[in-house]
Structures are given as C-alpha cells and as structure tokens.
Design a protein around this ligand. Structure first.
Ligand SMILES: Nc1nc2c(c(=O)[nH]1)N[C@H]1C(S)=C(S)[C@@H](COP(=O)(O)O)O[C@H]1N2
Ligand SMILES: [Mo]
Length: 213
C-alpha cells in the first residue's frame, strides 16, 4: 500500500469512529490496561510506510525553540549524556497494549535542564526523519518515564521501531512518541502534529480514551 493510501485509510478510520458516535468507555479498564485496549505479546510496527536509514555518523538531534541554550547533538555526544533505563507499558490508539517495555536512553528532563527552556515555553513539538511530527504539552514531558530511547530490551532500538532514537511517553498513546526523532522544539503556542491535524486527540491520554478529537 502506498504511503498516501495508508495515511488516507488511517484518517478515514478515525473519522468513521467519530461518525459512529465513539464514546470513551466508562468502565472496562483494569488497573493496568486502559479502557478499550487489548494486551498483545508481540510488538506491532506502525509507521508512515517509510523507515528512514540514518547512519549514526549523520544522525543529529536538535533541541531548540524557546530555550536559552539550543543544542545539536551528534550520536557520540548524545550517548555521553547520563543514561536511564525504565520499564513501561505501551498503548497504541489502534487498541493494542504491550506491557513491560524496557527502554534505555536519555531522560527528557536531562535535555530540559541542558537547554533551559524559557518561561514562555509550554509545548513541545517533535519532528522525525520520516517527516512525522507530534505535539505534547510540556508538563506531560517532564515525568521521569519520558525518554529519548536508544535501546529496547538492552539492544539498540531497531530501525522498524524508530531507531536510532525515539521518544517514549508511557502515559500517552504511542503516537505521541516520535520514532526516528530529529528535532525537539519548545514553543509558547501549541502546533498540531501529523495525526493531530488528521483528527487524533490533542492530548492522547489512554486512561481517558482521548483517541479522536
Ligand atoms: N516518526 C514516526 N513516529 C511514530 C510513528 C510514525 O509513523 N513515524 N507512528 C506512531 C504510532 S501511530 C505508534 S502506535 C508508534 C508505534 O511504534 P512501534 O512501531 O515501535 O510499535 O509510533 C509512533 N511514532
Ligand atoms: Mo498508533
């Protein structure tokens, strides 16, 4: 399937859910599984039909926008930052969840401290090497489980799962975590990302079933 058809199909799916009067479920969540989700043991791959090949020698991560100290990291410099490992659950809006994902990388808060966002910065806009983008409120990025992950289960994040580096925000649906991340920009005003302009919810909290806007 071509990239355009895939995107159109996924967008139509979101519109259909809305047209059918999709309502957040009041019950059916367990302590661990958000409402309307099913547990999977595999690890499905979701992308725009492109898995960019980024040689580590050419990889950079730019952190900019409303910050005192914008930074461009090379792979080497990025990996010299303090590393953390966190176990978290992964919830995709297409209704599968995966438990106990072990991610290793740099905590978002580490980058936050290094670039020193200005007080006006309230939103974060992520862009990726495949043209993807997504937006998240800054306060949602400051939990200690939000990572720029370079390892999954102790191994480098595979290309299909967003390597060299991807964002993990466990408390939001997984579309809020940019694979193949290239740029993290701090903004005063919100700017909608790829799926957010196509009908996905702006916040994307799985416990509130914030699937579609
Ligand atoms: N760059 C990029 N990041 C992305 C996507 C994408 O298409 N491109 N898809 C999102 C969606 S919809 C989901 S569910 C997760 C899927 O991650 P996975 O392929 O590792 O399961 O990545 C998110 N991040
Ligand atoms: Mo997704």
């Amino acid at each position: 399937m071509s990239k355009e058809r895939y995107i159109a199909a996924k967008q139509k799916w979101a519109e259909k859910q809305l047209a059918q009067g999709f309502q957040p479920r009041a019950v059916a969540a367990t302590d661990r599984l958000p409402p309307g989700q099913k547990l999977t043991t595999g690890f499905p791959v979701l992308d725009l039909g492109v898995q960019p090949d980024i040689p580590l020698t050419e990889w950079t991560l730019t952190v900019d926008g409303l910050v005192e100290n914008p930074l461009v990291f090379s792979w080497e410099r990025f990996n010299a930052l303090p590393q953390v490992t966190d176990l978290s659950d992964f919830h995709c809006v297409t209704s599968w969840s995966k438990y106990d994902c072990q991610w290793t990388g740099v905590a978002f808060t580490t980058l936050f401290e290094l670039v020193q966002p200005k007080p006006e910065a309230k939103f974060v806009y992520f862009t990726s090497y495949d043209g993807y983008s997504t937006n998240v409120a800054l306060d949602r990025c400051l939990d200690d489980d939000v990572l720029v992950a370079t390892k999954f289960g102790g191994e480098p994040v595979s290309r299909e799962h967003g390597g060299p580096a991807r964002i993990i925000i466990p408390k939001l649906y997984a579309w809020k975590g940019a694979k193949f991340v290239k740029n993290i920009t701090f903004l005063a005003e919100d700017r909608l990302g790829f799926w957010e302009v196509r009908g996905y919810h702006n916040e994307g909290d799985p416990w509130k079933e914030e699937r579609y806007a």
